[in-house]
Design a protein. Structure first.
Length: 292
């Protein structure tokens, strides 16, 4: 089954006991806005998970702006919300799916495959006249036991090595037979080029990385493009390559991971700390402009 589900699909299964709906709305710079929106109205039965309090760990010297949560801590939080290893999870947000995709990636990182994202998010659900409520459900605790999939991650040292090798062979990741791992920067092109940076202390990109803006995997309404459209979008990439995806803090890279897997890329990993982790090491080089 695809990683995304439609409004009609969810409506037909809204009250199935094995399902948990998770509201992931969160606004950067306004940390209380998501929970306040949830408390005002949400999809019936939905519980809330906060990007910074639940889906990230506290910020440190390294690890970026949204470090991955400790697997045991997240598992305990999921268990408290009644999410177990047999649960089916449907996540949504109102930020083009970026926070829902973070939960989608995290659950798969914990070894849980039955997780999906609602196409279009909350606004599309409400605009379609589907039911909403302010009632917060009472959840019976369950038991979620993580089975961490460490192969889904790339660390900063590996990214350094990939960056050096890519630069040394000329940076042409689309055609060079010497390049077996591709770095993808998921941010908007102006941030990638170093022309505009409002989130992090330094501007630019990891040398050797190519730019595929995460929002280009979606239509204007927030729904994901079709498999054919995505194949065209990623046509410059070889499916035989290993791919490491990053963004500013490891959140908006997740929709790109989803889109790549949607069209058959089998070896896609996340550099979770992403750009905000990369620049926390003073010796790491910085690229600007387009890669040639």
């Amino acid at each position: 089954m695809d990683a995304t589900v439609s409004k009609r699909w969810l409506l037909a299964r809204l009250y199935e006991p094995e399902q948990t709906i998770v509201d992931c709305r969160f606004t950067l710079g306004k940390p209380d806005a998501g929970r306040e929106s949830y408390e005002q109205e949400h999809i019936p039965g939905a519980v809330y998970l906060d990007l910074e309090l639940d889906l990230s760990s506290p910020v440190g010297e390294h690890g970026g702006r949204h470090p991955l949560p400790d697997p045991q801590v997240l598992a305990a939080r999921l268990s408290k919300l009644g999410i177990g290893n047999d649960s089916r999870i449907v996540a949504y947000d109102d930020e083009s799916g970026m926070n829902a995709a973070r939960l989608w990636w995290l659950l798969r990182y914990l070894g849980h495959e039955q997780v999906f994202i609602l196409e279009g998010g909350f606004s599309a659900w409400k605009d379609g006249k589907y039911p909403v409520t302010d009632h917060q459900p009472v959840r019976v605790p369950s038991s979620f036991v993580p089975n961490v999939q460490t192969q889904m991650l790339a660390d900063v040292e590996e990214v350094r090595q990939v960056s050096e090798k890519t630069v040394n062979v000329g940076g042409d990741v689309s055609s060079s037979p010497s390049t077996s791992i591709v770095l993808i920067d998921s941010r908007a092109n102006d941030r990638y080029q170093g022309m505009n940076e409002t989130m992090d202390k330094k501007a630019g990109h990891i040398p050797g990385a190519v730019n595929y803006f995460w929002k280009d995997t979606q239509h204007a309404d927030g729904s994901y493009k079709s498999a054919e459209e995505l194949k065209e979008h990623f046509a410059g990439l070889d499916k035989a390559s290993e791919i490491i995806v990053y963004c500013g803090s490891g959140v908006t890279a997740c929709p790109n991971v989803l889109a790549l897997e949607k069209v058959g890329f089998k070896n896609v990993r996340l550099y979770a700390g992403s750009w905000s982790d990369w620049i926390s090491y003073d010796d790491n080089p910085i690229g600007t402009g387009e890669e040639v």
